[in-house]
Write a protein that binds this ligand. Structure first.
Ligand code: SF4
Ligand code: SF4
Length: 337
């Protein structure tokens, strides 16, 4: 890993240079308080101060609706997809980069998911540091820093970005305009360390994750699940905005007139009543408390057992989005009481 500095007023030049060589995706303001990742057009539209987008950047790698293949009336299979150019996503915060790492694990478990990886391999990532708001939980989830997946990471200081270059792709991007980058001065290194400490002290939302996976298993029959499931609307919003939820449904869309068919996968949500509905009308998780509890157990216990870490990055999207005001921190605190 190499470190450089980039003057803040030279960032537009860097992004312009990157956009000339790669398809560049950046965070932009969408509504009065909402943000989204979009194709880069001009630097003035790039949001550097956003906390989180509504939908995480997983939408590019694991699209909400995706054609898997089509078959014509002669049963010829077409599994091609719109071959997008190699893209760089700029402005990813540590939690969302952790989210991509979690998706990588999920879509490699028991064999590589070729539909996921054919897109994933066409993305590079430029991370950007951030400051926490009242929903950020990444410190508790140990995802407030990232040392993997990204190609370049920019840590915001007063006048410059401290630039961490992790991969050959990151090095290639720097070489597009090498004059913009300098070796960090001693004062800048000190400022970088101070900034990390200041940011660390700004977290107001803390969740006790000690032995959480075991605790949730032991509290399988706790009345809390019933209580919160009466409040939950089972709208699935918490799942749709989560950077690590990766459940999908696969269905066929036949065209009877043409004699062809399309196989599609689309995001699904374990909170939905028909998620575990199978042929014959049996539902493995039809009850409200079971569905509410499952999401917590899967994130903390199930995924953790398979991959050695929980599948929550503490991004805060679910708590900010929930129309019923259900907050994971509160649920866990109540379970610990
Ligand atoms: S967003 Fe809130 S109300 Fe909707 S399913 Fe999730 S926990 Fe329930
Ligand atoms: S569970 Fe909530 S806080 Fe955790 S990664 Fe998903 S949306 Fe973010």
């Amino acid at each position: 890993m190499l470190f450089f500095t980039l003057r803040k007023d030279r960032l537009p030049e860097f992004l312009d240079a990157v956009s000339k060589h790669y398809s560049l995706i950046v965070p932009e303001q969408k509504g009065s308080k909402t943000y989204t990742f979009r194709q880069y057009t001009e630097f003035s539209k790039v949001s550097l101060e956003f906390i989180r987008t509504i939908i995480p950047p997983k939408k590019f790698i694991f699209p909400p609706v995706e054609k898997l293949f089509s078959a014509d009336k002669e049963c010829r299979i077409d599994a091609s997809y719109e071959d997008a150019p190699f893209s760089i996503i700029f402005g990813l915060h540590p939690c969302d980069i952790h989210g991509i790492e979690i998706l990588d694990k999920a879509f490699s478990y028991g064999g590589r998911d070729s539909f996921y990886w054919r897109r994933r391999e066409k993305f590079g990532f430029i991370g950007l540091s951030c400051l926490p708001d009242k929903y950020c939980l990444c410190k508790s989830m140990h995802t407030d820093f990232i040392e993997s997946v990204y190609d370049i990471f920019l840590y915001t200081l007063d006048d410059v970005y401290m630039v961490s270059v992790r991969t050959a792709l990151g090095d290639d991007m720097l070489r597009l305009c090498p004059d913009l980058f300098n070796k960090p001065a001693k004062e800048e290194i000190l400022e970088y360390k101070e900034r990390i400490q200041i940011r660390d002290s700004m977290f107001t939302r803390i969740m006790d994750t000690t032995n959480l996976a075991d605790l949730l298993t032991l509290e399988y029959k706790n009345d809390i699940w019933e209580e919160y499931s009466r409040r939950c609307l089972f709208c699935g919003s918490c799942v749709m905005v989560c950077p690590t939820c990766q459940c999908f449904d696969v269905y066929d869309s036949p065209d009877v007139i043409a004699g062809s068919s399309l196989r599609i996968r689309r995001w699904d949500a374990c909170m939905r009543k028909d998620y575990a509905l199978v042929t014959g009308g049996h539902n493995f998780r039809g009850g409200r408390p079971e569905r509410f509890r499952f999401r917590y157990l899967h994130k903390e216990t199930g995924f953790g057992e398979m991959h050695g870490k929980a599948s929550c990055t503490g991004c805060g999207r679910c708590s900010e989005t929930c129309p019923a005001g259900i907050d994971m921190v509160e649920v866990v605190r109540r379970i610990r009481e």
